[in-house]
Ligand binder design. Structure first.
Ligand SMILES: NC(=O)c1ccc[n+]([C@@H]2O[C@H](COP(=O)([O-])OP(=O)(O)OC[C@H]3O[C@@H](n4cnc5c(N)ncnc54)[C@H](O)[C@@H]3O)[C@@H](O)[C@H]2O)c1
Length: 350
């Protein structure tokens, strides 16, 4: 990938995968990250090590909070000239926290995105601007016909999953703040001609996520299952709702390839939205994930049910055929292979 990149939230889960991918390619990367997320300092050190490898691109980190317009603009004044691409990934990422503190959520996700857009408009108008939105902008999808099976909910009218034509319906403060940002990013193409692209992500997984109960559920349950293998857990798992919620899982290594493809084709796909996920073949319900973990690790996982989460979608599987057509992208890492990698099982692919 030619030209320098700037990645906001580059010390996070997705951002560190993207920055590492670019550095390995010899691309220079500037990361703006306030290191507020647990684990982001470790990811920063890990990236610094990657950047020290022979042939790696140059790595710069700025401890910038995207809520501060002047600080964001100063960083773009310094680094903006000649940028090939900006990936705006910094965000407040937990739905639960957005409900506890909607103002803080809005300030990071909506206001922070506006700050980045304004600086790109002023300082780097030729750069591709790639934004990580969410499938939560489609609401809880309760209006669709759902059918229940023994282990999962299904959407019989959408055998390939849901594409970008689903109507927008922002639910929850997180849905509203990300949705507002998503729409601003698209509008900055319409009104100012910026080369913006929006990715609406479902659940991603992979290394360096530092999962918690309310963010990174795949990694969280994998960690708990590994814990159960070492000895009885102090507390049983809790699951929200009936455990039949279905998500298509996308490995972060696959996701970042889509960002690179979009930056390379920003001229053709500016102003476009892409639903990104692992697709139907990489979908799992919570109950199916538990059953797989039990078989894979030879453990018994006791769980306790709690109330469903607000606005939880019973099924979200992305129909990513637009990304395949327009960006030549498709996920390569099958979900069980990716999960084995995450569990660090002997014989798992590196
Ligand atoms: N991981 C997923 O499954 C998923 C799904 C849908 C959407 N997304 C979106 O993708 C993006 C990246 O997600 P992630 O999983 O890598 O999250 P993450 O929490 O691991 O990374 C976010 C990074 O942003 C930084 N950050 C937070 N607030 C900041 C601020 N005010 N200023 C500067 N930096 C700040 C954090 O320190 C962290 O390093 C987010 O915008 C998220 O909404 C992720």
């Amino acid at each position: 990938m030619r030209g320098r990149w700037l990645v906001t939230g580059g010390c996070g889960f997705l951002g560190s995968h993207l920055a590492a991918r670019l550095l390995a390619d010899g691309t220079d990367v500037v990361v703006l990250d306030d290191l507020s997320r647990g684990g982001s300092r470790e990811n920063l050190r890990w990236l610094e090590e990657r950047a020290a490898a022979p042939g790696a691109g140059r790595f710069t980190h700025g401890p910038v909070d995207v809520r501060g317009a002047a600080d964001v603009d100063a960083a773009f004044e310094r680094h903006g000239e000649g940028l090939a691409a900006v990936a705006h990934l910094a965000g407040q990422v937990a739905m639960t926290r957005s409900i506890e503190d909607p103002r803080a959520d809005f300030e990071v996700n909506a206001h922070g995105t506006l700050n980045v857009l304004e600086s790109v408009r002023r300082r780097a108008p030729g750069a591709a601007l790639l934004f990580s939105s969410t499938n939560k902008v489609y609401g809880d999808l309760g209006r669709l016909r759902h059918v229940e099976t023994a282990t999962r909910w299904t959407l019989p009218d959408f055998p390939e999953g849901l594409d970008e034509s689903q109507p927008l319906e922002f639910h929850s403060p997180y849905g509203c703040s990300k949705g507002a940002a998503d729409q601003y990013v698209l509008d900055y193409h319409r009104i100012y001609g910026l080369r913006t692209v929006v990715f609406r992500h479902g659940s991603m997984y992979g290394g360096r996520q530092h999962p918690t109960y309310d963010q990174g559920w795949v990694g969280w349950f994998c960690e708990r299952a590994l814990g159960a293998k070492r000895g009885p857990l102090a507390e049983p798992f809790t699951i929200s709702g009936d455990g039949k919620q279905v998500r298509d899982l996308l490995h972060a290594d696959d996701a970042v390839e889509c960002y690179v493809a979009a930056a390379e084709r920003a001229g053709e796909c500016a102003g476009e939205v892409f639903n990104l996920g692992g697709g139907m073949q990489n979908s799992l319900s919570l109950l199916e994930l538990f059953a797989w973990l039990e078989a894979e690790l030879g453990v018994k996982l006791a769980y306790r049910r709690i109330a469903p989460r607000a606005s939880d979608q019973r099924v979200f599987v992305a129909d990513s055929r637009k990304a395949r057509r327009r960006l030549g992208w498709a996920p390569r890492i099958a979900v069980r292979e990716g999960l084995r990698r995450l569990l660090g099982q002997p014989g798992a692919p590196a």
